[in-house]
Design a protein around this ligand. Structure first.
Ligand code: CA2
Length: 151
């Protein structure tokens, strides 16, 4: 199985560290990418780390991942509770998918609770801060290893 992992970030996550630090902390998306690259190297994963504010771009990356990746980590941000199109794209993928939210969406407003993406996810990490991304990579590496063991 491929050891390429796509880490996909949805709308407004490019603002991390610049606004609302009481909810999302002080780290920027570049800091998260650096932490993911360190962890990916330790886990022998090849990382493709992307952010877009456009739903269609995220869907195009999921289509790419469908062909090339052994796993997907996705923080769908504001598309979490709205995008059937992202759900449809994720459901076309056979590789493990881990959904990440920096904040604990279940402690926040009710409109953040119901995730379409969760219906396609192998696992969900919420409320672990930016560490959630690193935990998600560890989980993907485990699942890739288990799938390889079954071949
Ligand atoms: O906790 C998360 O990771 C979220 O996916 C973040 C989304 C929010 O809509 C989800 O309910 C939970 C928001 C991302 C926008 O991030 C900002 C960061 C700084 C300033 C403004 C927005």
């Amino acid at each position: 199985m491929s050891r390429i992992v796509y880490v996909l970030n949805g709308p407004n996550l490019n603002l991390l560290g610049k606004r609302e630090p009481h909810i999302y902390g002080h780290e920027t998306l570049a800091d998260i990418e650096a932490a993911c690259r360190l962890e990916a190297a330790a886990l022998a994963l090849a990382l493709r780390f992307y952010q877009s504010n456009a739903e269609s771009q995220i869907i195009d990356w999921i289509h790419e991942a469908r062909e090339e990746a052994g796993g997907i980590v996705i923080n769908p941000a504001g598309f979490t509770t709205t995008s059937i199109a992202i759900l449809d794209a994720l459901q076309s993928c056979e590789c493990p998918i881990i959904e990440v939210h920096i904040s604990n969406i279940h402690r926040r407003e009710a409109f953040r609770h119901d995730s379409y993406v969760s219906k396609a996810a192998s696992g969900v990490i919420a409320g672990c801060g930016t560490q959630g991304y690193v935990l998600a990579l560890q989980r993907i590496a485990r699942l890739i290893g288990e799938a390889a063991g079954k071949q």
